[in-house]
Design a protein around this ligand. Structure first.
Ligand code: AMP
Length: 249
């Protein structure tokens, strides 16, 4: 069974981002970049499936600038077999990314596609769902457990107020939630070995996908600074303020 994993290069989760002076976006100059944490979980799940003898090949794909090769090499060091970069310098919408992933799915014919549930930079939480719609495959989003059973995958999903278990016919799309697994660290020998693993570079035009931008960002602003809190002397005063000042009860 071939597993395709989509990994995105994002600002490292430890970085406090700054908005550019002209409000056109987030300042990425000299900022540490990393693999999206939910994509790390996706790679870990695919590698575990390979270690269990269920998956035969793990292919990782990233869409973005050539710098995303760094995250693909990280995924290779974590255990993926080969990588594909769809190189594009454009600012891509989720729909454009989903269309490109669909073209890679058509080319690679994986049985399982694993994505993160969301990117921590755009917080879109939509690429996996769009890919499922475009490819006509079943989707198990926010997965906290994945089990392959014959020609199906059983996915336990994190939902409001509990867990839901769904069975999807393969090929299928799964998006990872935080509790699915704990990603491993790459060892130094594996980082060295990853340098020699195959990494194919494709372009959107070679895949026959137009990435025409349909969404324009008008302005990016930092959230307003929070005003200082106050200490109340009694529960009665707290209730009074919640009722008459905050008007939340
Ligand atoms: P999003 O819908 O942007 O929140 O992203 C959800 C997931 O889609 C990510 O965790 C990735 O697995 C995948 N994804 C989004 N953008 C890209 C990209 N540029 N390259 C590869 N995978 C991506």
């Amino acid at each position: 069974m071939k597993v395709l994993v989509a990994v995105k290069r994002v600002v490292d989760f430890n970085v406090k981002v700054r908005v550019k002076a002209d409000n056109s976006g987030v300042d990425l100059a000299n900022v540490k970049m990393a693999m999206n944490p939910f994509c790390e979980i996706a790679v870990e799940e695919a590698v575990c499936l390979k270690e269990q003898g269920i998956a035969t090949e793990v292919v990782v794909v990233s869409i973005g600038s050539s710098a995303a090769q760094e995250q693909l090499r990280t995924a290779l060091a974590l255990g993926a077999d080969r990588a594909i970069l769809v190189e594009s310098a454009e600012d891509l919408t989720s729909l454009a990314v989903a269309k490109l992933l669909k073209a890679v799915v058509d080319k690679e014919q994986p049985q399982l596609v694993i994505l993160g549930k969301q990117s921590i930079d755009s917080d879109n939480n939509q690429t996996g769902q769009m890919l499922a719609a475009l490819s006509g495959y079943g989707q198990g989003t926010f997965a906290s457990k994945v089990a392959i059973s014959g020609d199906s995958v059983v996915v336990t999903r994190e939902i409001d107020g509990g867990a839901q278990t769904v069975a999807l016919k393969l090929p299928a799309i799964v998006t990872t939630d935080l509790r699915l697994n704990v990603p491993r660290y790459a060892s130094l020998p594996n980082i060295m070995k990853a340098k020699k693993k195959p990494l194919e570079v494709l372009t959107p035009s070679a895949l026959g996908v137009s990435c025409a931008c349909t969404v324009h960002i008008l302005k990016v602003e930092a959230p307003a600074a929070r005003s200082a809190g106050i200490k109340v002397k009694s529960v009665a005063e707290l209730v009074e303020k919640l009722k008459n000042e905050a008007k939340v009860i």
